[in-house]
Design a protein around this ligand. Structure first.
Ligand code: ADP
Ligand code: SF4
Length: 648
């Protein structure tokens, strides 16, 4: 994965945070580890992959302090002070570090530095970002009540970070670059670090110590904001002072995907280099494309944080825009290269949502003659519709990138306003047919909480998100019932408020849009709805819709309450639009007569899920066309038993 980024032109490719010791064990998160020499080989392999393409490899060794529950190592967590471990409200506390602990921590960091050098890294990052590292946590008065030389004055609170940087510099001399990553502001006002107060003073104190400053804001949910809540470059007002107080070069992130914006940032003297995580996930070849003047080929990050969500779920990373993300090694998928087709057949794709568009693009790139038929007058399917909802306009990039690329391909024909039935598909004479006709929201309430239709949902006062996106509006006070728990319920509520409705949002969960905790948005969504004066009712399931309104029941006590609303928008679950697929699949003889060799349902028509899943399914369909299918279609990392084993 990192080798692909180096190939894509990124000058420096860095690891994420790498654990340095069992007392800072982030399990069950999937973190890199450098606890002992045993961890060197896999990191050395990353360095080799990065070096192969002429880039520099950077590593970020970290001890997370109070954030780790040490679930794997069973060590007692350590922190500046005695404090409960906040992650997942684990029933355990971190203990206050002694002077001996501090000395040990410095040694672990130094050991990690030496191991990183052995692994072949070129740059080492001393990390105090995101409120995620001990060195950074020591700086904050709200955590640091020490009376020794590491507490009290700012100089004392910064001492540990200074020591870590100096230890590192002494150890590596001029063999490695030393970067300091520091969050200059925590976006929590006077209670936290502020860029115009101690944030600035700390940069001034350490100004000339590192070889490069890498600056941002804390915590991670502020650093990695979604496009729903923050524009490209949202960190700029906080970090723009840094170059004024140091002569060392400065790098910063901010979901930069626009080359003009990057150039202006450098011309204005805000930074010397552009940093990126999500833009490099969505398009590992972003720098190469800029270098080659292929700006329109950049696959811009849409700022949805699906990548972050899968990281937070301790699952392999994926990306809405880049279906090859996380599949570089295990499936051998390259973001810019795809194997040529192995047969002379043609491909008909029905439906031009994210699945159909990506399938057409990838099949077209393999050299197939592709026909893409879309029933609507516009391309994009759900992405076109959903990008018109409040805050989601950047999601249209999923459509725009693909429609532009398709428009450049002579072997792809697109038919808009063409609703195809089974007969039409058979008449097309394509060898391969993919049905990507999407899904529709149900109105009956069937889903996670209810497995029988909710009484009253067959009335005229019940709408679905599809109705809302099609422009239908209810009368009067509206209940948005959210048993989906992702973004849709909250954006429908926002839209209805903007249209002048009084809105109640009820959910059986204890939080609004609870799954968006994984995308780092939950608290922002709930805050926004409260600001908009949406009445929020949590832990209540919809029981019935009546002529007078709705009845809700507490999911714990069963106690009911009635709600005076005149309409309900059901955001619960979806059904695939798979009639066409089922009709075609039912008669294999007719398929054969028509010359259709393969028929697949892809995307939401196959199984309603995220936009990322639809893009991935479209891509996978095209990759696997004409290929033999393996039982397990990807390589796995398997633990091997050591040849010799003896107890110490
Ligand atoms: P996905 O997320 O799987 O790509 P979408 O719902 O975004 O699914 O897109 C499905 C697209 O298929 C929609 O744009 C819809 O207009 C189109 N569609 C549905 N049925 C037909 C059909 N019979 N013929 C052509 N297009 C269709
Ligand atoms: Fe960007 Fe979304 Fe991809 Fe993450 S998943 S890199 S936020 S497009």
């Amino acid at each position: 994965m990192r080798g692909v980024k180096a190939e894509g032109g990124w000058a420096v490719v860095s690891t994420e945070q790498i654990e340095i010791h069992p007392t800072g064990d982030f399990s069950p998160g999937t973190e890199g580890r450098l606890w002992s020499d045993q961890d060197i080989p896999y990191l050395a392999r990353m360095c080799d992959a990065v070096h192969e393409h002429g880039a520099l490899a950077m590593i970020e060794p970290v001890h997370n302090g109070k954030w780790t529950g040490n679930l794997y190592s069973r060590e007692v967590p350590m922190f500046t002070t005695h404090m409960p471990v906040p992650s997942h409200n684990y029933p355990l506390q971190a203990r206050a570090m002694t002077r001996a602990d501090i000395r040990a921590y410095r040694k672990w960091h130094l050991d990690a530095v030496r191991r990183a050098r052995t692994a072949g890294f070129d740059i080492i990052c001393c990390y105090a970002g995101h409120n995620l590292s001990l060195a950074g946590q020591f700086m904050l008065p709200r955590y640091n009540f020490r009376s020794d030389e590491y507490g009290g004055s700012l100089e004392n609170r910064v001492r540990l970070f200074r020591e870590i940087i100096e230890d590192t510099k002494d150890a590596v001399g001029d063999t490695m670059g030393v970067v300091v990553r520091f969050a200059v502001d925590e976006l929590r006002g006077a209670e936290g670090l502020e860029a115009d107060k101690e944030g600035r003073e700390i940069v001034e104190m350490l100004a000339e110590l590192p070889d490069l400053w890498d600056v941002n804001v804390a915590e991670w949910h502020n650093d990695s904001q979604t496009s729903r809540f923050a524009e490209e470059g949202y960190q700029e007002p906080f970090i723009d002072f840094v170059k004024q107080v140091t002569s060392k070069p400065v790098v910063a992130v901010g979901r930069y995907t626009t080359p003009d914006r990057m150039v202006s940032l450098i011309n204005k003297g805000v930074v010397d280099m552009i940093g990126a995580a999500r833009p490099s996930i969505a398009d590992p070849f972003l720098p190469k494309k800029i270098e080659q003047g292929r700006i329109e080929d950049i696959r811009e990050c849409i700022g949805c944080n699906i990548c972050v969500a899968w990281n937070n779920m301790a699952a392999p990373m994926r990306c809405t825009q880049n279906p090859t993300k996380g599949e570089e090694w295990r499936r051998g998928w390259h973001p810019e290269r795809i194997a040529p087709k192995t047969d002379d057949g043609s491909v008909l794709i029905v439906g031009a949502g994210p699945a159909g568009l990506e399938a057409a693009l990838a099949a077209g790139r393999r050299g197939y003659d592709v026909m893409l038929a879309e029933g609507a007058a516009e391309l994009g399917g759900r992405v076109a519709r959903e990008s018109r909802l409040p805050g989601l306009s950047a999601w249209a990039r999923v459509r725009d990138y693909r429609t532009y690329q398709l428009s450049q391909m002579a072997n792809v024909d697109i038919y808009k306003s063409s609703i195809l039935g089974a007969e039409d598909v058979l008449e097309f004479g394509a060898t391969h047919v993919a049905i990507a006709t999407g899904a529709r929201w149900r109105r009956d309430g069937y889903g996670r909480t209810h497995q029988l239709p909710i009484p009253g949902t067959d009335g005229g006062n019940v709408l679905s998100p599809d109705d809302i996106m099609a422009g239908l509006r209810p009368e009067g006070r509206v209940l948005v019932y959210d048993d989906d728990h992702y973004y849709m319920g909250s954006v429908v509520a926002e839209l209805l408020v903007a249209d002048g409705h009084e809105v109640v949002l009820a959910t059986p969960d204890s939080l609004v849009a609870s799954w968006t905790g994984y995308t780092l948005e939950q608290h922002r969504i709930q805050a926004r709805l409260l600001e908009l004066e949406v009445e929020i009712i949590t832990s209540h399931a919809l029981q019935a819709i009546t002529a007078d309104g709705a009845s809700l029941g507490c999911v714990f006590s069963g106690k009911t309450r009635s709600l005076d609303v005149s309409a309900v928008v059901m955001v619960v679950s979806r059904l695939p639009n798979d009639n066409l697929y089922q009709e075609l699949a039912a008669d294999t003889k007719r398929l054969k007569t028509a010359g259709i060799q393969t028929l697949h349902a892809i995307g939401d028509c196959h199984g309603p899920a995220t936009i990322a899943a639809a893009v991935y399914e479209g891509h996978r369909y095209a990759r696997e066309l004409g290929e033999d299918k393996a039982e397990i279609p990807f390589a796995r990392e398997l633990t091997e038993l050591a040849q010799e084993f003896s107890l110490p």
